[in-house]
Design a protein around this ligand. Structure first.
Ligand SMILES: Cc1ncc(C[n+]2csc(CCOP(=O)(O)OP(=O)(O)O)c2C)c(N)n1
Ligand SMILES: [Mg+2]
Length: 593
């Protein structure tokens, strides 16, 4: 018997090198699921607790490999559940292919059960490619194109396969009018700007006296080139969150993250620079970039649609970060005057001491900064770090000294809650030999982490290296938003929307057969990290942290200070504690001169 459309599609994925599909079943994809019997262990269906986890995992697969991720869900509700994870891929520019079922063609238009207009549903998130497989002969080019479009445009692509088409016998497209005859394979192009543009860029960079560099995820893999150009330019390098692991924090001129979650050296460097070089980043917040007119700008970005968007650059170099820097380096003159560079290094050195001090200050019961401070020196070699969206993202962005050969990811642009545990799952599947540390707030853990931890428990035996720690910051609060309400809007904490129900996170992990530890004393954190990292199985570290330690930017801007004071005077239930904690943080800056 000839293979059906579903089996053909799976085999085609295998031919493209796919070996894992994250998904969840439903009768809309019964044909595809049945076909997994035909392909045996050449393609694995990794069942996760929620379609959103599947989409996050596929996104993370793309983030942690050079490849694309694949997720699969049933029609209607399953497809809808994928959306948030697919938007994460879209906004962070990751290639993901989503394959979803649909009701049989005979039912469509009949207000049938689970009938959702899936093309319209996916039209925004997968705007580069969303198509329905209406005839067997389409299967080949739909798979080929979805993958190639996802890789070329670095975005999600979606194929919708009605249930009846999945079961139809596959037939190759005839050599007739109205058919397509696609093939397999994709090679990344070398993209490099022209010589004249490179020379203009070099002129600007050579003329500058105080150069600042900002790198993002596009600089991942271009570490050597970034280091060499930073050396020549005598500049410091700030990192957008998605480029957190592009350059080690152990280099003395790396100023760390930028923006609301950023560091003071990054802020000072940007405020003081006369020349601005942005590489592979689309960092959005203009108030943290140089003022218009302050600095001459050069940008390198692979995507011509995005370049020149955040700051009016004099030269926009469309090209791959590594390739373009390699071509630029011979044109750069080494800055003789190293005073600017020295000033940056001194600031960076001082800032790390401030952070150490801040982390060691008392809080009630545990200062969240201490959790990251203790982890930083214990990060295993080659470890993969994942973070969620919440107050912990601030500490993750500032306090961890990322070293060479590590990877890090979070939902940088969508900034959605919940990716951190699904990302960790996908990290382990993609790199079973590497340690992984995921951090997440209690709100996000209650939202989806609880479910994703079941997946970690289930699949743990598959991974050669068992080091996987999920650290939950237990503060009984949706803390990041509580602070945003205070600082941005000047509103006191609204307890009805902000306070979380209690949950025994460590007990829960133990119930799942994992190592679970609960810490409520600052002095115990170091040992708890050691035990969790060496438990011989995945672990959950629950730390009871103080929600009144302000995750404020290094330089509170006037509007934010104004907002905070009106929140405190407006009857915030924690006003006194906040004032105490904020003053302690500020004092650390003055005592570390
Ligand atoms: C899906 C989603 N819903 C809501 C938000 C808004 N939001 C951002 S951070 C946050 C609070 C997260 O709380 P928690 O996970 O407990 O972390 P904490 O800030 O307390 O450390 C919320 C509600 C979001 N980013 N994503
Ligand atoms: Mg919380």
């Amino acid at each position: 018997m000839s293979e059906n459309v579903a089996a053909y599609m799976l085999n085609r994925l295998i031919d493209w090198g796919v070996d894992r599909v994250y998904g969840y079943p439903g009768d809309g994809i019964n044909g595809l699921l049945g076909a997994f019997h035909d392909v045996g262990d050449r393609l694995e269906f990794v069942q996760v607790r929620h379609e959103e986890i599947a989409a996050f995992a596929a996104t993370a697969h793309a983030k942690f490999t050079d490849d694309f991720g694949v997720c699969m869900a049933t029609s209607g509700p399953g497809a809808i559940h994928l959306l948030n994870g697919l938007y994460d891929a879209k906004l962070d520019k990751q290639p993901v292919v989503a394959i979803v079922g649909q009701q049989p063609r005979t039912a469509l238009g009949a207000e049938y059960q689970q009938e959702v207009d899936l093309v319209t549903l996916f039209k925004d998130v997968a705007h580069e490619f969303v198509h329905v497989c209406n005839a067997p002969a389409q299967a080949r080019h739909l798979i080929d194109r979805a993958i190639r479009v996802a890789l070329t445009t670095r975005s999600p692509a979606c194929i919708i396969v009605p249930a009846d088409v999945q079961e139809m016998p596959y037939s190759e497209p005839g050599r007739t009018h109205g058919t397509a005859h696609s093939g397999i394979g994709y090679t990344k192009p070398r993209t490099l700007p022209g010589d004249a543009e490179l020379r203009r860029a070099a002129e600007i960079l050579n003329a500058g006296e105080k150069v600042a560099m900002l790198i993002g995820q596009g600089a991942i893999g271009a570490e050597r080139e970034v280091m060499e150009s930073a050396e020549l330019l005598g500049c410091g390098v700030a990192k957008a969150l998605n480029g957190r692991a592009a350059l080690p924090d152990t280099l003395p001129y790396v100023t760390g993250s930028i923006g609301l979650l950023g560091t003071k050296p990054s802020n000072d460097m940007i405020e003081g620079c006369d020349t601005f070089l942005m590489v592979g980043s689309s960092f959005p917040y203009s108030e943290w970039l140089p003022k218009e007119g302050q600095a001459r700008g050069v940008q390198i970005d692979i995507d011509g649609r995005l370049i020149g968007l955040r700051y009016p650059m004099e030269v926009n170099l469309v090209g791959d970060a590594g390739e373009t820097l390699r071509a630029l380096i011979p044109l750069l003159e080494r800055k003789q005057d190293r005073a600017w560079r020295q000033q940056i290094e001194d600031e960076v050195d001082r800032w790390w001491r401030i952070l150490d001090d801040r982390a060691m200050q008392d809080a009630d019961p545990v200062n969240p900064q201490r959790v990251f401070h203790e982890l930083s020196s214990r990060l295993p070699d080659r470890c993969i770090l994942t973070a969620d969206s919440g107050s912990a993202t601030n500490w993750w962005a500032r306090h961890l000294r990322i070293r060479e050969d590590m990877m890090a990811a979070l939902s940088g642009t969508l900034a959605t809650m919940c990716p951190s545990v699904p990302y960790a799952l996908a990290a382990k599947f993609a790199h079973p030999d590497r340690p992984c540390v995921a951090v997440i707030g209690d709100g996000a853990f209650q939202m989806l982490g609880i479910n994703a931890l079941i997946d970690i428990a289930r699949y743990q035996d598959r991974w050669a290296n068992k080091q996987l720690v999920v650290c939950v910051l237990h503060n009984d609060d949706l803390n990041q938003v509580t602070w945003e309400q205070r600082v941005m809007n000047g509103d006191p904490k609204l307890e009805a929307s902000q306070i979380l129900p209690d949950f025994p996170y460590a007990d829960y992990a133990r119930m799942l057969g994992l190592h679970g530890a609960r810490v409520d004393t600052p002095g115990d954190i170091g040992q708890a990290w050691d035990e969790a990292l060496n438990a011989g199985r995945p672990a959950l570290l629950e730390v009871i942290t103080d929600p009144e330690v302000p995750p404020l930017p290094p330089h509170i801007r006037f509007e934010q200070a104004k907002g905070l004071s009106s929140a405190l005077f407006g009857g915030d239930p924690a006003a006194t504690e906040i004032v105490k904690e904020s003053i302690k943080g500020k004092l650390a800056e003055f005592t570390n001169r």
